[in-house]
Design a protein around this ligand. Sequence first.
Ligand code: SF4
Length: 299
Amino acid sequence: MSILDKINQLKKERNAVILAHYYVRDEVQEIADYVGDSFYLSKIATQIQAETIVFCGVSFMGESAKILNPEKTVIMPDMEADCPMAHMADIDKINAAREKYEDLAVVCYINSTALLKTYSDVCVTSSNALKIVKALPNQHIYFIPDENLGRYVASKVPDKHFIFNDGYCHVHKSITAKNIQIVKDIHPKAEILVHPECTMDVIAMADYVGSTSGIIHYVTESRAKEFIVCTEMGVRYELQLKKPKKLFLDAGQCYCSGMKLVTLEKVAEALEQMKNVVELEEEVRIQARKPLKRMLELG
Ligand code: SF4
């Protein structure tokens, strides 16, 4: 039996659906029932009827699915698949900021651990961060954990005061303005598409700044034929599917090793053995659910 047949059979036996982020391997995206960015997947996770969710992504995504679906079994193909940035915020600093500013909203990028979410007022994704921060009544915003996304949002909401955290995504940070310029010099008509986890000098070069879904949507609407895609390379799979005649260029090796740990073999093994089940302490789950639910309401 092929690995694909095996996964399909196990899905039926376990009453399971497979969710995959755009950054996982092409073949994993291919077998998934739903593929998307963090915002789409967190919304879908609240609507799923199946008993089991296989989350092909990194650990904070599985945690978010479990937080929103406590009655379901959420399994991860590889428990080692993690996002370093998800851990990059200091609880003592959050508490200190809360003491300093009475009117403080702790805005937490969804790329964060469940524990960090428990210290937050609202979660955001790169798709909805701008909309949600604008909608908040608070004047003081402590944006965790990603400094780059925080600075991008702050640049669009000048009437609010932001406190930045020093977290970052090493994958997006590796994209440099210099490398983009090298590609642009060779392909002067190429449009530059940038994820807001990139640094501000890279964002300043962009024809379009947005989430992974936003970038995909932009490409489908744009009349341009060439694009320099400044985000994780996995998005190429969906871009090529949607626009096979367009040319997608890199400005470096933008590769998330955590996402790439997920393989078809691991999906099959996790489903077969029902292993790598996401477990959260009930107190953490309840507290972390509040900012996620608020995001879904505001976003
Ligand atoms: S691409 Fe960056 S932010 Fe996304 S999971 Fe990988 S390390 Fe984390």
